[in-house]
Design a binder for this molecule. Sequence first.
Ligand SMILES: CC(C)(COP(=O)(O)OP(=O)(O)OC[C@H]1O[C@@H](n2cnc3c(N)ncnc32)[C@H](O)[C@@H]1OP(=O)(O)O)[C@@H](O)C(=O)NCCC(=O)NCCS
Length: 166
Amino acid sequence: MTPYEIVDLVGEARERAVPILVESFEGIYRWHAKRTLRRIDAVRGAEENGRLAGVSMLERLVPEVGYVYYVAVGVADRRRGVGGLLLDDAIARFRAAGAVIVYAAVEEDNAASLRLFGSRGFREVERKELGYQEGGLGAWGLRSRMMIVHGEVLYGRRYPPLGPGP
Ligand SMILES: CC(C)(COP(=O)(O)OP(=O)(O)OC[C@H]1O[C@@H](n2cnc3c(N)ncnc32)[C@H](O)[C@@H]1OP(=O)(O)O)[C@@H](O)C(=O)NCCC(=O)NCCS
């Protein structure tokens, strides 16, 4: 069983994630990650005995679309499944809230990130593909809200809607 526990980070508690962001990002990404940390809807943390090991930053762009802004794991905790746990948690939360598409912008030369999203069935979204409302993965009208910058590609995955249950 994994020793990591996923928790919500709210208000001042989000500042605990800053050292992880400093370790994980450089330059404009670091600046943007810190700014996003303080503004975004939801920040989830992976803790081991109360120590923060990784974070995700999540936003629903529209009711049916979730966006993973950032996933970052402290250097000492990498390759132990923490990024996967955070991504599984993000997907589960989005789906429980009614999302059928989850997107993430991935740097095209970031092997760890490509592998992480690929391991959960995400694939690159083509610019020309059908929009998310038509059954494709095309992010028409939403790309500008995802801050996709040069060197990044949009990844996404569609999920069947969760039924109301028995
Ligand atoms: C990307 C990142 C979050 C992955 O976190 P992690 O806790 O090490 O990931 P996991 O241990 O859960 O591994 C998830 C998958 O990625 C693979 N992976 C992780 N690090 C890797 C690396 N350096 N090279 C190749 N594959 C890697 C794992 O093998 C695993 O694949 P699998 O499920 O097919 O076996 C982490 O490397 C990180 O914080 N990087 C800096 C910040 C960043 O680039 N974030 C992503 C963009 S927002």
